[in-house]
Design a protein around this ligand. Structure first.
Ligand SMILES: C[S@@+](CC[C@H](N)C(=O)[O-])C[C@H]1O[C@@H](n2cnc3c(N)ncnc32)[C@H](O)[C@@H]1O
Length: 215
């Protein structure tokens, strides 16, 4: 569920009906996510998944980083566009749920190209000695500004960062929204906009995706 799902459910359905069909493995993963997890709404939506896949195909990344695996839906979408021999590193701290992405990663045609890392993202990012072409930030909103600081040196020039949920159900434009997540999301949006090393635009897709290119 997202900002746009709530306000325009028919439009959201229309968008889904007019996007490419998601692979069968993703259908199964979505179904199992809704059956087995307590917060299934955290999964990337259908339209967002197809968007991530197309963008990845356009970039043909050698290395992708995802912060916030959950059940692995977006991981598999982005893996679709990896360059030959390319790799996607995906981080999550939730050990209880790890069996689900692990199962689907093993079943997928990208099994050998996915490195699933269990641990706190702040610590794990620091350990990665990899230069990335594409980075998807989709974890704890309170740490979004920290993630930008940590990943900026690990993103190649011309590389792309995507940050999910940057409209935060519309709270970013509410004057009285004082919760930590909203504040940190507003901070990261401002930080990126004011950083001369970045070119950026927020796409009103689902709950808002900040699309950022490192100059
Ligand atoms: C919105 S879900 C990710 C959804 C997934 N990217 C997708 O598109 O289906 C957020 C995930 O971030 C993980 N997470 C939250 N804080 C984290 C942290 N500090 N380090 C690593 N993972 C974290 C949660 O366990 C959760 O699975």
């Amino acid at each position: 569920m997202s900002f746009s799902d709530e306000i325009f459910p028919e439009v959201e359905r229309y968008l889904e009906d007019n996007a490419s069909t998601e692979p069968d493995i993703l259908k199964k993963l979505r179904r199992e996510t809704y059956q087995k997890t307590t917060q299934p709404h955290m999964i990337s939506g259908y339209t967002q998944g197809r968007f991530l896949s197309i963008l990845s195909h356009m970039l043909q990344p050698k290395n992708i980083l995802e912060i916030g695996t959950f059940t692995g839906y977006a991981t598999l979408c982005m893996a679709e566009g990896l360059a030959e021999g390319g790799k996607i590193y995906t981080l999550d701290k939730n050990e209880d749920l790890a069996y689900l992405p692990e199962k689907y990663f093993q079943q997928s045609e990208y099994a050998s190209q996915i490195e699933f890392i269990l641990g706190d993202a702040k610590e794990e990012i620091a350990k990665l000695e990899v230069i990335f072409d594409m980075i998807f930030i989709d974890a704890d909103k309170e740490n979004y500004p920290k993630y930008i600081e940590l990943i900026k040196p690990k993103l190649r020039k011309g590389g792309i960062i995507l940050i999910d949920n940057v409209l935060w159900y519309g709270k970013v434009v509410e004057d009285n929204a004082k919760d930590k997540s909203t504040q940190q999301i507003k901070m990261v949006n401002k930080l990126v906009t004011e950083d001369a090393d970045f070119e950026n635009v927020i796409l009103p897709l689902r709950d808002g995706i900040h699309l950022i290119r490192k100059k």
